[in-house]
Design a protein around this ligand. Structure first.
Ligand code: SF4
Length: 262
């Protein structure tokens, strides 16, 4: 774990956001794949997955980047941490320039900075976009604090075979339970070594807490310490395993990587 808690404490005290980037793109994961989303990527994460494709989130950065025109990649470099007021203004401007279905609050782990979520949510909703939280599902207390500010929960079920991290199943169950009847889904990234029993355990737990939500199996795109993609045969087997417990099971790869967009 590479957390910088003292930096987060200063950010909360001073109304700042430890930010990596803001950009407009196509949602490449989960049931809302293909929608135009604005991504607000916050720095810092409470875990370090073996396949993490955002390694920058673990560092301390004096600059962040914010797209000037939605989808153009014309980033301006800004001093980081960023005043939340400035971030809100930048996001508002991008939403006014191009319609987006949602603003995806992502990371890193955005629940490490709940004050940022609380500050952005009313403006996002007023623009007509929805507030989508992408979380590793490890921080139920922070989720409880902000859940009224979230419209859509995308919660990872972290499989230790893929992450190399200890299981946090109790935390995952609590976060999912706190989502009530809100739109939500659970996403499990799997690798070639992921055993069927690990997926069965996750599916049973989700069926216990929110049997109505889609359960997304996402084959790991090789990155960092993960060198090989899982086979299509494994994907088919894991879908069958999960479908013994849940009615809405889908296998969705990372589509933005195929499109070669951010
Ligand atoms: S939770 Fe996400 S951002 Fe954090 S280490 Fe894992 S993949 Fe990377």
């Amino acid at each position: 774990m590479v957390l910088h808690p003292e930096r987060l404490a200063i950010c909360e005290q001073q109304g700042l956001c430890d930010l990596l980037e803001v950009f407009s793109s196509i949602q490449g994961e989960g049931p809302r794949v293909g929608e135009r989303h604005l991504f607000v990527r916050l720095a810092q994460c409470d875990i370090q997955c073996a396949y993490c494709d955002t390694p920058l989130c673990h560092g301390v950065h004096a600059r962040a980047r914010v797209e000037r025109t939605p989808g153009k990649g014309d980033f301006v470099s800004v001093e980081n941490p960023v005043p939340v007021q400035s971030l809100r203004g930048a996001v508002e401007g991008l939403l006014a320039a191009t319609p987006h279905r949602a603003v995806s609050l992502t990371g890193g782990e955005p629940l490490l900075q709940p004050w940022v979520i609380e500050a952005l949510s009313p403006m996002i909703r007023a623009s007509g976009a929805r507030v989508l939280l992408e979380t590793d599902g490890n921080l139920p207390d922070a989720y409880e604090r902000v859940r009224g500010s979230i419209d859509i929960l995308s919660m990872d079920w972290k499989a230790p075979s893929a992450t190399g991290e200890p299981a946090r199943y109790d935390e995952h169950r609590r976060v999912l339970g706190l989502s009530g009847s809100a739109e939500a889904w659970v996403k499990l990234v799997y690798v070639a070594e992921t055993p069927e029993e690990e997926v069965a355990l996750a599916a049973r737990a989700v069926a216990d807490v929110r049997p109505d939500v889609p359960f997304i199996l996402q084959p790991c795109t090789p990155f960092a310490r993960v060198r090989t993609a899982p086979s299509s045969d494994l994907g088919l087997r894991l879908v069958s395993v999960a479908a013994q417990h849940l009615s809405d099971v889908r296998l969705i790869p990372q589509v933005h990587k195929m499109l070669d967009v951010l």
